[in-house]
Design a protein around this ligand. Structure first.
Ligand code: FE2
Length: 350
């Protein structure tokens, strides 16, 4: 339809985020499913800056209205949806595992301990882009990695540990060794204290991942976890660091990539970076990761872009869980990182 194409073109011009008629369709479908801005971003699976712009353009054409903090389709909007055969989203996600494909029943004892421990964690701070996932989510990652044979008897490294993965891994008792490198001294101190108290033997070090890795961690691990910022450069740098810690072929890495800050065009470039590093994407699980709402949302770029000012109430920021595995010819990235790798046109939480 002409109008969907027009809106897509205009939205792309204004945001520099790739947009298609399908992007506009998804935003309309999301508005048909919810009046809440954050839920609309969540459901549409388009980058936040693009969703905000499309909503403004729909509003300009009287297809959508902003009433208080509600976003609603107008009669003309409903007519367009009907003509374009756009329908509200349907969900068939498994309620037991929330679509993750794993449950944490067998890790229950460690999980209960973790729940108590994480209550004392230092709060997320904007400076380090520290949104973190729910405790259940952290353990689901442990369950996933264990299901793939990446933990038992393995040396595991966590690069940046906002999620306290290192504590969850060590509490599970599965890995032979757990190391973390983290820029935030508060977190490292917290992890060290917990490690001492529960006798977990976590090797926790303060390290700025923009700098090359300490020599003794290069080529020394079987499995890595990281949660990189959402630019192609940052993913190359942080996943590249992870790959540089791996011993050999057929070692694994875990990280999340979101649709909230990435168009599919950007995803394609991200996937190419991964393939070019000699990695195979073995698993890609939609909305596996759900981030606890953080306190600094008013400081983030996304807040300036929202057409209605309403604090997020439910979890809206989710990411797809990637598992990659090295094959012959793989090559990590351990050069110093210079310049701003945290921001691009699609980012919204930095
Ligand atoms: Fe399930």
């Amino acid at each position: 339809m002409e109008i969907l194409e027009q809106i897509a073109r205009e939205a792309e011009e204004n945001t520099q985020v790739p947009a298609y008629p399908r992007s506009v369709e998804k935003v309309i479908a999301a508005v048909m499913s919810s009046s809440d801005f954050w839920k609309i971003v969540d459901l549409s699976d388009e980058p936040l800056p693009l969703v905000a712009e499309i909503l403004k353009l729909l509003n300009k054409r009287d297809l959508v209205v902003f009433e208080g903090d509600q976003i609603l389709l107008t009669e003309a909007g409903a007519e367009l949806a009907s003509k374009a055969k756009i329908e509200p989203f349907a969900s068939h996600v498994c309620p037991r595992c929330k679509g993750r494909g794993v449950v944490i029943d067998d890790l229950k004892e460690a999980y209960e301990k973790f729940l108590k421990i994480q209550e004392e964690r230092p709060p997320a701070i904007h400076q380090f882009d520290q949104g973190y996932v729910t405790p259940e989510n952290t353990f689901a990652r442990v369950a996933l990695a264990d299901s793939r044979g990446d933990l038992r008897g393995k040396k595991v490294i966590v690069l940046g540990d906002d999620d306290l993965m290192s504590i969850a891994l060590a509490l599970s008792g599965l890995p032979e060794k757990v190391t973390i490198l983290e820029i935030d001294e508060r977190l490292v101190n917290f992890i060290k204290e917990v490690s001492d108290k529960y006798n977990l033997g976590i090797d926790a070090r303060v390290h700025d991942l923009r700098q090359p890795l300490p020599e003794d961690v290069v080529g020394a691990y079987d499995t890595f976890f990281t949660d990189p910022p959402e630019t192609v450069e940052a993913i190359k740098a942080f996943v590249g660091r992870g790959v540089a810690t791996l011993k050999a072929e057929r070692c694994a890495g875990y990280f999340g990539v979101t649709r909230r800050e990435s168009s599919l065009d950007k995803w394609r470039r991200i996937q190419k970076v991964l393939l070019d590093m000699g990695l195979v994407i073995t698993d890609l699980i939609h909305n596996f990761n759900e981030y606890v709402n953080w306190d600094y949302y008013e400081e983030m770029r996304g807040w300036q872009l929202t057409p209605v000012k309403k604090a997020p109430e439910d979890i809206w920021y989710r990411s797809t869980q990637f598992r990659v595995e090295t094959v012959r010819g793989f090559k990590g990235f351990n050069e110093p990182i210079v310049g701003d790798i945290y921001n691009d046109a699609e980012s919204s939480t930095t």
